[in-house]
Design a protein around this ligand. Sequence first.
Ligand code: UDP
Ligand code: MN
Length: 229
Amino acid sequence: SLPTIFVITPTYARLVQKAELTRLSQTFLHVPQLHWIVVEDSPHKTPLVTDFLMKSGLTYTHLHVPTAKDRKLQEDDPSWLKPRGVEQRNEGLRWLREDRRPQPGEGRQRGVVYFADDDNTYSLQIFEEVVRFHTGWRPSRPFPMDMAGFAVSLKLVLANPDACFDGEAPMGFLESSFLKGLVTMDELEPKADNCSKVLVWHTRTEKPKMKREEALQAQGLGSDPTVEV
Ligand code: UDP
Ligand code: MN
């Protein structure tokens, strides 16, 4: 049988959240044996995500953990200031290690762990691969690659229970902080035709302009607030 692909996705409430989750889930629906681990950056599970997942048709686990206040990127901060999704990815790992820990008499765990941010765009082909990135940016990092550019076996995650993402890692070193607890560079297996194909795009969704809507709302002429976006 195929190994299960565990996809860990941090997500947070904003106007484009449902659009992002919709795009992602409709990609994942095409992937056999995918288990989606959705981790909300929130003190509780929100109704929007709860309902969304229920109707998604996917096999999923719904988790939540709020980012500590001092770790959270503020509205006016530049995006590079603090890494995002760290506690959420670690929470996904924690769940995996708890839920998938080897049971006595059970064979080895067949599975792959992949980190998929909710705003990126994923080719279906990536789920037949484990992709590594070539990078021109800070190539001297221990693992000079993007979050979306690698996957690791579940076995490795379970065998190294302390490996996690370090939110204090300097910019660009988040991936390295996790991977150095699991593998060395020469143990990596280049995929996607020896890294000659691009199968994931670091897309970003534009923030909707709400000025006009807010002005209308102030006059009592805004959109129906009970309609979920
Ligand atoms: N994220 C989060 N809480 C936040 C900001 C982002 O959980 O306050 C999630 C977001 O949904 C995404 C991941 O963390 O899945 C990476 O965030 P983002 O795409 O903003 O980072 P970038 O791609 O710009 O590094
Ligand atoms: Mn992003």
